[in-house]
Write a protein that binds this ligand. Structure first.
Ligand code: FE2
Ligand code: FE2
Length: 174
């Protein structure tokens, strides 16, 4: 079950404080695309947004929030590159449209980062709600669509070996 709407609809970070214990995004089976590697990358993105939420409601400070936002930008670019490579290599017919959507999503998160880090805008509940939709709507509406194609072209639902990307990411974020 996702966080109650009022927790993320809040106009200010202050208004969201009582809900610090409720994750901004709860991972649910509906978010799964049925490919373990992709799910694990999506879980990393969910985790980063939840970390950002906690940093805001527990007032960890602007620097912490900016660092998480920076990691969100970095990991989003890595994740999109992985998806695009898979779609391109396996001839996904809607590759161009999906890539264009990624470009728009990256642009949105860049603008957000600029507003927060350059213009000093606060990260509000409204903004967190935007990021929640930014991620979940893309997974539900677009990523879900490529999964059957990739699976039909031999992508394994589960991986036999640990993911180098997750290991690399875990190492770089400590
Ligand atoms: Fe994705
Ligand atoms: Fe995608």
């Amino acid at each position: 079950m996702n966080a109650p709407a009022h927790a993320v609809h809040a106009k200010t970070a202050d208004a969201a404080v009582p809900h610090a214990h409720v994750p901004l995004i709860a991972w649910t089976p509906e978010l799964s695309v049925g490919i373990e590697e992709i799910d694990s990358q999506h879980k990393t993105l969910v985790d980063l947004l939840n970390q950002l939420h906690v940093a805001i409601v527990e007032r960890h400070g602007a620097r912490d929030a900016a660092e998480i936002l920076e990691r969100l930008v970095d990991y989003t670019r890595i994740h999109f590159a992985v998806e695009e490579a898979l779609m391109r290599m396996l001839d996904y017919p809607d590759y161009e449209a999906h890539k264009a959507e990624h470009e728009e999503l990256v642009e949105q998160v860049y603008q957000l980062r600029r507003k927060v880090m350059v213009e000093g805008k606060p990260i509000t509940g409204e903004l967190l709600f935007f990021l929640k939709r930014w991620l979940t709507e893309h997974i539900l509406a677009s990523d879900q669509k490529y999964a059957p194609h990739l699976l039909s072209r031999g992508v394994r639902a589960q991986y036999a070996k640990p993911s180098w990307l997750q290991r690399l990411w875990a190492r770089s974020s400590h």
